[in-house]
Design a protein around this ligand. Structure first.
Ligand SMILES: N[C@@H](CS(=O)O)C(=O)O
Ligand SMILES: [Fe+2]
Length: 289
């Protein structure tokens, strides 16, 4: 079946520092102190806590353990903030076994508040950026990804990792693909890239989902591969990604041939501070030996 071919600036697009300011974002770039302090909905946290409790009761999970920290409950309920989500993730990941479904549920319980993540939202004009929010004691990585107009990722995997992704602003399209099938001939000719490509097939698209602000999706290698696209040519988008365990390299795939290549997954900023160009270059240098 013919698929429409759209030209997009994807992960392979040009180099150079393309830092852009937050001038034209789909949310207010400046939040007054007054707005910052006022809970968007006085019951925000209370309802998140009861929903999480209900979720745990339904699944016979202990409710006292699976209570988001920082929410207090009762008459003094404050909302379930990004910092509460991070605290709760630390608590959950300190245990031996982690219920990924529950982690997804926590990501759904957090309602995007730009005032809480704006400091991590650093854009580049050429490609999407990865901005580390929390390194999760080595157990998980939480990061804010910033997508300029028409930016998208290459088709990729998440090596041995679960990826839980939530849209914080704008809309993103998640396109899923099946792993490419390698013929036995293709494997034999692995050293000759050209022949290898010729023997492979266009990749099979399994489906696409438009994720609106606050929607969450989950993928791991057993569920397939994906690419994420900001289809808008006028609006930027921001997403929150949790990877457990963290990874520093993944595979990207050519949609026409299924050809696989390794790619480093680097950060554009860490804890709100832009990573220096020197450090990015060093991280891409091959080892001496
Ligand atoms: N998994 C990608 C982002 S996305 O396109 O899902 C990354 O970590 O860069
Ligand atoms: Fe991904």
């Amino acid at each position: 079946m013919e698929r429409p071919c759209t030209k997009r600036k994807d992960a392979t697009a040009g180099d150079g520092d393309g830092t852009v300011t937050n001038a034209r974002l789909p949310w207010p770039a400046k939040v007054s102190q007054c707005d910052r302090l006022r809970p968007r909905d006085a019951d925000d946290c209370g309802s998140a806590v009861s929903a999480i409790k209900g979720y745990c009761v339904d699944r016979n999970l202990p409710t006292n353990v699976y209570r988001p920290v920082g929410c207090g409950g009762g008459g003094n309920a404050t909302k379930f903030r990004l910092s509460d989500l991070v605290d709760e993730l630390h608590r959950v990941f300190a245990e031996d076994r982690v219920n990924v479904e529950y982690v997804q549920y926590l990501m759904e319980s957090y309602k995007s508040d730009p005032a809480e993540w704006l400091k991590y939202a650093k854009f580049n004009k050429f490609r999407y950026t990865r901005n580390l929010v929390d390194a999760g004691n080595g157990k998980f990585n939480l990061m804010v990804l910033c997508w300029g107009e028409a930016h998208g990722s290459s088709i990729h995997n998440h090596p041995q990792s679960d990826c839980i992704m939530k849209v914080l602003a704008g809309n993103l399209t998640e396109v899923r693909f099946a792993w490419p099938e390698k013929s036995s001939t293709a494997e034999r000719d692995h050293e000759h890239d050209y022949d290898y490509d010729q023997q492979l097939q266009p990749m099979c698209e399994l489906g696409r989902t438009v994720l609106e602000t606050d929607s969450v999706c989950h993928i791991n290698d057993s569920m397939g591969l994906h690419r994420v696209e900001n289809d808008s040519h006028t609006d930027k988008a921001v997403s929150l990604h949790l990877y457990c365990p963290p990874f520093e390299e993944c595979s990207t795939f050519n949609q026409q041939t299924g050809h696989e290549m390794k790619a480093k997954s680097t950060f554009w900023s860490i804890y709100g501070e832009k990573v220096s160009k020197k450090r990015v270059l060093e991280e891409h240098m091959p080892d001496d030996n």
